[in-house]
Design a protein around this ligand. Sequence first.
Ligand SMILES: Nc1ncnc2c1ncn2[C@@H]1O[C@H](COP(=O)(O)OP(=O)(O)OP(=O)(O)O)[C@@H](O)[C@H]1O
Length: 272
Amino acid sequence: MTDSNNILEVEHLSLHFGRGEGLVKAIDDVSFTVAKGETVALVGESGSGKSMSALSLTGLVPRVARIEGGKVIFGGQDLLTLNERELREIRGSRISYIFQEPMVSFNPVFTIGWQIEEALKLHRKGIERKAEVERLLDIVHLPSRLAEAYPHQMSGGQLQRCMIAMALACSPDLLVADEPTTALDVTVQREILNLLAELSEKTGQSVLMITHNFGIVADLADRVYVMQKGKVVEEGTTSQVLYDPQHQYTKQLMAAVPRLHPKEGGGVGPRI
Ligand SMILES: Nc1ncnc2c1ncn2[C@@H]1O[C@H](COP(=O)(O)OP(=O)(O)OP(=O)(O)O)[C@@H](O)[C@H]1O
């Protein structure tokens, strides 16, 4: 059923790899929604199907993957029915991704400013690009002079901020952040998470967050879907899931989050 407040509705999505003995149901009848301005987390351990769920929105799954059924309703259309050219239009302009490793997402031989300008050329013709690059760097709290820097001249945290600026370059309706802080050290993780929280609060950006870390969920998400072996095993508002988890797997995942103050108990800690 379509709710006009939802920006994304994934319905009964299934995606398989292999056949027979080697069959892997990477996504097994998964449904979730993201409303306008909402931050939704897909959380689960490695291999639970989070990334495939995020990538299948815009057809970024490996060639050997088979979509076995379901719908991805976005902007009034089912993205699973679109061809590659149509999907390319959506990718980067209406749905943007931030991945774990910012270093591999940038071309080492061009400056950051040049690369953000290229994204603007593709998706937002007719705007003053230099000024827009400055504005985007400012949104992610980077000085405009870094437009002239090359990727190798930046720290991991600065690069991840640039990645976010790049993802915002086309004012996407949905930002998909796939483990955006996993490759960063702890204090930098905190800064990037604060930035994402600020974006969603100040600009109403809808975010789909992929994470294995319940600490991140507690800080950022409005609602949570817990995934295990390709299925959603529990869903609810963040406080429902954190404070009153129903499924044994959710309880185990929460117990696995290291606490800064183990003796205090309670809460999902830590705030990384
Ligand atoms: N190219 C592939 N060929 C076969 N199986 C794959 C392939 N890519 C992913 N899978 C399988 O699909 C399942 C879901 O993978 P997915 O990457 O979505 O998990 P995940 O929850 O995002 O974990 P991670 O955080 O480790 O990426 C896993 O069982 C994985 O082994």
